[in-house]
Design a protein around this ligand. Sequence first.
Ligand code: AMP
Ligand code: ZN
Length: 498
Amino acid sequence: MSELKVYNTLSRQKEKFEPITPEHVGLYVCGPTVYSDVHLGNCRTFISFDIIYRHLMYLGFKVRYVRNITDAGHLEGDRDEGDDKFSKKARLERLEPMEIVQRYTVGFRKVMEMFNNLPPTIEPTATGHITEQIIMAQQIIDNGYAYVVNGTVYFDVEKYNKEKPYGILTNRKLEDLLEGTRELGGQDEKKGRLDFALWIKAGPEHLMQWPSPWGMGFPGWHIECSAMSEKYLGKQFDIHGGGMDLAATHHTNEIAQSQACYKTSPVRYWMHTNMLTVNGVRMSKSAGNGFLPEELFSGSHPLLEKAYSPMNVRFFMLQTHYRSTLDFSNDALQAAEKGLKRLWDAYDFLMKMEVHTEKPEGTDVELDSKVRKLVNEFDEHMNDDFNTARVLASMFELVPVINSIKDKTIANNAISSDTLLLMQSKFKNYLEDVFGLKPMNEADNTKLQGVMQLLIDIRKESKSKKDFATSDKIRNQLTELGITLKDEKGGEMSWSID
Ligand code: AMP
Ligand code: ZN
């Protein structure tokens, strides 16, 4: 099989993948900030790394996959300006910060499960590793790369840059980075414009704070990932991943922190996923274009014409390589739905085909070798920086062959038994094990959608006739079955399975 090549953001090229310890891979992916629901953009990144994780296992590596939960310290801006997201949300909703964290962590795990993402092998929380973060910040101070002002610890970027290039990950010089930041004002405590906080002094309004050598406070967001990745994967590990938007600040700061603390470059391969966009604009909570997975599964989002299943959405994402942008729309999802159905129908038939050994002389040698070549390309494409899109393209080239056998345009022994077995095992390996697509019953799904629409229509009619007994009965009985009806704007209704 071809060797695995990984695009490394640090070197800006594809490199041969060689783990530090043979056969073992340490993989760290920045997890969600659990102060609100994850949107589909976040899901794209987590689905991409799930596929990378699955492929590494398919190749035989033993993978320790660490994905953290950011449950403290992620401030409003990447550069520590603003408020602690958890305290702010807790004040708004009058909840304990840990209630917010619990609610959205549970929600996040549920979404990951619906997308059939495998859980990471370790899922550490920032609040569970405060001591490790304090120790690391202290070590950075002791090594001379951080300073304390009024209970807050800042990383000294300019001092660090004298020894190591700070902007190495995104290939930018300090002068250029400085140009992009605002001048420091009289009220600023930090010495340099790019300095960032390792530890932040907490005021009385902060609901989550911990004692430290510098007084009561809470950790900065960047130190969290450095401390937890070191704890579980060591001072140097194989792959660190996240969305591309994290490279310029969060990951740049992670490198600086680890280098300043341990004198080693922490990560061999930096991998970044490209963004999910809506009409070309990056999907984000702040831009107000964050589709929630639940809005897709129920079809309740105003821009969607219908509901889409989690596997449909997963497949939609697989059709594009993780380093390309992907634009989200109703039309694109609909096209993906059709594509998935076509592929899965062929796959279903393929898996039911029986191996024919009795008439080997019937083999169409040319077709047989074409099929073999396409099937062998699956491994090659995936080993070429996890190119799911190209694997699917090869699969789609094979669909007409399978369909021709299905409708008997070509004989079922036109393909040799070896090739058929190879095709069956590789389709299964990729579609189910690596791509994580689950066998689905689209027909049942379509029927369920029809039945639900019928019930919603009956309920609407009964309400308009003031027959509330019937409308309540429909809602209550559906609730008992675990299906929730929701009133949407403009008198529309949506539904979701709990
Ligand atoms: P957050 O919870 O904001 O820390 O984000 C969790 C992950 O989602 C990070 O790796 C982000 O880079 C990633 N992410 C955020 N927005 C998008 C997007 N529109 N497309 C793909 N990934 C995203
Ligand atoms: Zn991180």
